[in-house]
Ligand binder design. Structure first.
Ligand SMILES: [Zn+2]
Length: 222
């Protein structure tokens, strides 16, 4: 159990043997890497396969991971294939790794903040809540499929996990739309938190469509 190796917010690996100097250095480096990972006490432990769709193991993804050489590239790297401004790709990279500064992530880093979603004001804020479960997000997704009817048949955009859509949708336009969607949704969340201003679903939908369309020039250069 991962929980047994934790005490409070720290890792507590009890190594029984006296370590050599080299092993001590490796242990310190390992702890530094481990401390970069945030662990939720509430969520049960689960296995995941970082090279596959929806973090599920398949023989095909296993073969592809082995065939990619000694430096196995996480499938998260597919985000860099998208044609969007660099700052938005960086945001997308952090979002799919669940590292953006949502309230639950800040709380795990020691900040004392009330954890409430600034979009629906009903549930706690986490990356998964913001981009999946939030009722504001569901309304917004419906708004986009009305504004851009060509996306209304893309089931993955409507129901899939935002990570799976950004990384694996067969439709490039859907991958781009999901990234623009998450970015502008996060922007609206920050607008509410830091500027005490808000846009309604329709206005945020317009902003998403404008952002998505503004990348057309980048996409045409493909
Ligand atoms: Zn919410």
């Amino acid at each position: 159990m991962v929980q047994q190796a934790r005490s409070g917010d720290q890792w507590n690996l009890k190594l029984s043997q006296q370590l050599s100097i080299q092993a001590e250095q490796e242990s310190t480096a390992l702890m530094q890497e481990l401390n970069a990972y945030l662990v939720s006490q509430e969520e049960p432990d689960q296995l995941s396969w970082k090279w596959g769709l929806n973090e599920k193991f398949t023989v095909k993804t296993s073969y592809e991971a082995m065939a990619s050489g000694p430096f196995i590239e996480s499938c998260n790297a597919k985000v860099w294939q998208l044609k969007a401004p660099l700052r938005i790709l960086i945001f997308g990279w952090l979002a799919i790794k669940e590292r953006i500064l949502t309230t639950d992530n800040l709380t795990r880093k020691g900040w004392e903040l009330p954890n409430i979603c600034y979009l629906c004001r009903k549930e706690a804020e986490s990356v998964r809540h913001l981009f999946h479960a939030c009722e504001f997000t569901s309304l917004l997704r419906r708004e986009i499929t009305v504004k851009m009817p060509e996306l209304s048949s893309c089931q993955l955009f409507q129901r899939g996990s935002f990570r799976a859509v950004i990384l694996f949708s067969k439709h490039t336009k859907v991958r781009h739309m999901q990234l623009a969607f998450c970015f502008i949704l996060w922007k609206e969340r920050c607008r509410r938190l830091f500027q005490d201003k808000r846009k309604n679903v329709e206005a945020v939908g317009d902003e998403i469509c404008q952002e998505y369309t503004s990348w057309n020039t980048l996409r045409r250069e493909e």
